[in-house]
Design a protein. Structure first.
Ligand SMILES: [Zn+2]
Length: 62
């Protein structure tokens, strides 16, 4: 006969494979940082735009 604390621990451990609580498996960051390389059409100078965490990146001609 197990004592009460041991019984409670055994019941707790039964759920998630010897671990009392569910293990959190989600990534901390969902969206990747995107850094578009912008090139000047006149002199050909390249420059990286400021990077942001976005789901979808869309470039538009101004
Ligand atoms: Zn230029």
């Amino acid at each position: 006969m197990l004592n009460h604390g041991r019984r409670r621990l055994e019941r707790k451990k039964s759920g998630y494979g010897s671990f009392p609580k569910e293990i959190f498996h989600k990534n901390a960051k969902i969206n990747k940082k995107s850094t578009p390389l912008l090139e000047c059409t006149e002199c050909g100078k390249k420059q990286y735009a400021k990077s942001y965490r976005v789901k979808r990146l869309e470039l538009q001609e101004v």
